[in-house]
Structure formats: structure tokens, C-alpha cells
Write a protein that binds this ligand. Sequence first.
Ligand SMILES: *[C@@H]1O[C@H](CO)[C@@H](O)[C@H](O)[C@H]1NC(C)=O
Ligand SMILES: *[C@@H]1O[C@H](CO)[C@@H](O)[C@H](O)[C@H]1NC(C)=O
Ligand SMILES: *[C@@H]1O[C@H](CO)[C@@H](O)[C@H](O)[C@H]1NC(C)=O
Ligand SMILES: *[C@@H]1O[C@H](CO)[C@@H](O)[C@H](O)[C@H]1NC(C)=O
Ligand SMILES: *[C@@H]1O[C@H](CO)[C@@H](O)[C@H](O)[C@H]1NC(C)=O
Length: 522
Amino acid sequence: MRGKSGVALSVAALACFSFLSTVAGTSEPLMYTGLSNYTFPDDFIFGVATSAYQVEGAWNVGGKGESMWDTYLHKHPNYTADGSNADIATDSYHNYKEDVKMIQYLGSSHYRLSLSWPRILPKGTDNYISEDGKRYYRNLLEELIKANITPMVTLFHWDLPNPLMDLGGWTNPKMVDYFEDYARVVFELYGDIVKVWTTMNEPHQHCYNGYGTTYFAPALNAHGIGEYLCTHYILLAHAKAYRLYDKEFRPKQHGQLGITLDAFWAEPKNASSQEDRDGAEAYLQMHLGIYAHPIFSGNYPDFVRQRVDNMSLQQGFTRSRLPYFSQEEVEMLKGSSDFFGLNHYTSYLMSPCAGENYQKPSMDDDTGVCLEQHPSWTKPGADWFSVYPEGFRKLLNFVNNNYVQKNNISIIVTENGLCDHGGLKDYERIAYYKKYLYQLLLAKNLDNVNIQGYVAWTLMDVFEWSDGYKTKFGLFHVDFNSPERTRTPKLSAKLYKEIVRTRQIDFDYLSPESSRYQSNKL
Ligand SMILES: *[C@@H]1O[C@H](CO)[C@@H](O)[C@H](O)[C@H]1NC(C)=O
Ligand SMILES: *[C@@H]1O[C@H](CO)[C@@H](O)[C@H](O)[C@H]1NC(C)=O
Ligand SMILES: *[C@@H]1O[C@H](CO)[C@@H](O)[C@H](O)[C@H]1NC(C)=O
Ligand SMILES: *[C@@H]1O[C@H](CO)[C@@H](O)[C@H](O)[C@H]1NC(C)=O
Ligand SMILES: *[C@@H]1O[C@H](CO)[C@@H](O)[C@H](O)[C@H]1NC(C)=O
């Protein structure tokens, strides 16, 4: 999940908003009452997610190496909104058995987790493998298998070993080899029981916020150059790990390997303005296409290639700030994901804006659009987050039409969820899950989008990057003041459990607005 937002937020009243009440391409009424008309098929995957740095704690236990988030937050204790870090977090290193029980309570068949690279390879390189790290993940994975829960394992969820950060992190071309080496180690260690892998989590948020700005560690602020180098080498590292798995491991381990990309939905601010529609398309190409197009079609989208080349030239650079792939790299990238892992949280309204709004050069300046959210969209937590369920269906269609159908693969929604300020009676989260899952059902049933599964972010309240512990996404509440990090199910946990059990959405269930609510005595 992303934390602080890099986008320029402004609240503008919009005169023309009829498009908010209709969904593109259909006249299906948006009645969030009663029982959903569609159901989730029996083979539809329901999961919950966390990531290593956000939950494990035990940052220096058992010979674990430091990740760049450990190092950065120890050096800059005031970086997060509440001055916190993830030294302990939910202490899942010690509490993992309880986490597994919580996933069982939800009835969720899948658990999406990530491995901490420096817990396994304390120096980042494969010349030394930590016995404690090896054992920890073996125990956790076996606990899941015992409970009949399928692990979906992410190799990199932002916690780069700090020694590799010192070498330039993802701006260093050698990272492609180091990532392949790490991938080989974990395929060998866990490929017997892990059958669903993703290489990278949200490279877009990681590169844009961490390398292009200061919103995430390592806060390089190398805008206009750093985010593109990070993008380039992360893509190549992903592809190299994919080819490795394909060649050496898939024949005996028979698993699936993909990548998780994130996207906001980009809605034109004024649907009848060509400039705004072009702006929304530019945003999607620059922020999603830049990752998805190389992976599913082999190279950067033409629009992105031209735009960054043009801007670089105008700015006096001899070469484009966006590196080029060789023909061999294009071949390695093309088709390097067995499914499309999609993370989605919120939507923005787009309109063209150039000039003074952004640092130059930068990805924002290259994109040339301003982002805002409609004042009618509720904002239950962080300032970047507002609720617009219809955007989810539109994004699912965009991803399906541009990448999924062409590759004959399916989408797994690898993260989606609501951010608030905490509390057990989380009715806004309940409404969010109902509405977003309903939009997913519409995309699946009315638009024929091939969606294989849905993973809720997140199992419990966790360390939310720059927001620290101030914003909450959990289905379970965590008491961060108790040494045991006591977990308690929120009402949303009950709702999720019910959806997973019935494979349908009952809009009246746990709804304070519903007349059935009182008699339900929930
Ligand atoms: C289900 O379909 C009926 C008939 O088309 C419609 O009136 C109702 O609003 C739909 N319910 C939901 C939750 O979409
Ligand atoms: C963090 O903030 C506190 C309180 O504002 C201040 O006293 C302290 O010097 C800051 N520490 C750093 C490393 O900036
Ligand atoms: C939206 O765009 C159309 C076409 O450019 C224009 O006629 C209309 O005035 C715009 N509406 C608003 C509210 O700006
Ligand atoms: C790049 O510049 C060329 C030549 O001026 C122009 O034709 C093209 O539309 C530009 N492309 C983008 C995406 O800005
Ligand atoms: C698409 O994938 C399905 C399931 O993996 C397979 O059965 C089918 O043959 C594929 N279709 C094409 C055109 O490759």
C-alpha cells in the first residue's frame, strides 16, 4: 500500500458530473441494496495480504540484515507521520501462528505475504544465507499449508537489503543479477510448497515515491532520472527472475509467477473535454503502461517513449532520461507474467496542467496532468484516498482490454481495501468492500473481464510506510500499545468472512442503514 501522496490535491467543484452516476457501457443501475445479482464462482480465490516489513518486526533478530527502510528510519526518526518505525510492527515474526488462525477465521483460502530479502540474505548477495531466515519462512509456510491456506509469495515488497541500497539500489544495473540470485535461493528453498509467486510489489509506487520524490524511503528525490532508472532495472530484474523460474524451476515445481502493479483509475475531469480525456490516457500510460506494456508487449508504450524523449531533448539532454531496452531485453520481457496482479485503492480526476506545478525534470512534469478528487467522494482516512467504486470497474476493463486479453491470462486483484483512522465498528470499510467487490462482479459478469481472485489489504492494521501507524487498513485491529500486539476482529472481518462463505454480497448485512440490521442484532 502507498502512504503519503505525491499528487497535487485540490478540491474543485465540478459543474458537470453526470458521468458519476452511470457506468461506462451499460445501464446497470447502481443499487447497493439487497443481495448482489451475481455470485463469486467456487473457484474464485479470496485472500488477505500483508508484507514483511509492515508486519514482521524482529528487525535485528536471528542475524537478519538491515533493509533500507530499517536504516533510513533509524537515521530519520521523524520521517513518518507519527515518528514510528517497523522495528516491532505487529511482531508477526513471533505471532505468525496467530496470524494463520486469523486467516482461517476469515475462511480465506489464500494469504499474500512477502519475504524479507535481508532476513534470508543479510548482505543482499547469495554468498551467505541466514539459517534463522530460512527456518522462519519454512515454519510460516508450513503452518499455512497445514491450515489449508495457499501462500502467494512476493519476493520484493520494498525492503531492499541496505548494502544493495548503498550500491545505488535499483539505479544500479547489477541489481538485475542480484535479484536473480536471490530469486534462485528462494525458489530452491520454498518452491516445493509455494506455487504462486510474484516478483515485485508496486514498482510504480516504489520508484516514483522513493527514487523520484521524498514520499517514501530511500527518498532520493532524483526526479526525472531516478524513477526511470528504478523502473528500467526493476522491470529487467523481474523478467530475469521470470525466465529463471520458467527454465529451471517450473518444469519440476509447476507453479505460477507474475508481478503486482498498482494503478489509480484516471477519470477525465470533464468527460466531454478532449484535453481531459487525453490527460487521463496520458496518466494511465505514464504510470501504469510504463510497467505493464513492457511486461505484456515487450517495450515501453510509444506514447511514453516519445514523451520522455521529447521532453529530454527540449531540456538539453543528449540522451533520453528513460533508458532503452535492447532487442534481447524486449524478448526477455515480453510475456513475462502468468497473471496480472493488480493493486487498486482510489481514483483521480485528470486535467492537463503544465509548468509551475511540478519539479523539472520529473515524471509528473513529463505526464503533464493535475490530479484532484471529486468533493462528493468520501475521504475516510488519508488525504490521498477517496471512495469511488465505479473507478475500480473501469480500471479492470482498461487492464483487461490492454494487457490481459492479448496475453490470454487473468487478473488477480492482489490488493484492495479502505484506509481509515481506526476503530472496531468500521462501517466505512464494510461499505467499501461491498461496493468495490460488487464492481468487480459487474466487471466479471457484464464486461467479461477475466478475474481469478481478490486479495484484501490488509489482514490487520500494520505499519503503513510514511503514515506510520496513523492510517489503518486492517480487518483485524492491532493494539500497538500491548506487548503481545493483541489482535481483535473488526466488524469488517465478519463481513469479509460472510462474503467468502456465501460467495455473494448482502448489502444489508452489517449495514446500519438497513431495516434488517436491527433484527440481525449484529
Ligand atoms: C438486481 O437486478 C434487479 C433487476 O435487474 C435490479 O432491480 C436490482 O437493483 C439488482 N440488484 C443489485 C444489487 O444490483
Ligand atoms: C524529531 O522531532 C523532535 C520533536 O520535534 C525533535 O526534538 C528531534 O530533534 C527530531 N529529531 C530529528 C533526528 O530530527
Ligand atoms: C466540458 O468540456 C466541454 C467540451 O470542451 C465544454 O463545452 C464544457 O463547457 C466543459 N464543461 C465544464 C464544466 O468545464
Ligand atoms: C514528440 O515530438 C514529436 C515531434 O515534435 C511529435 O510529433 C510527437 O507528438 C511528440 N510526442 C509526444 C508523446 O509528446
Ligand atoms: C488460453 O488459456 C486457456 C487456459 O489457460 C487455454 O485453455 C486456451 O487454450 C488458451 N487460448 C489460446 C488462444 O491460447
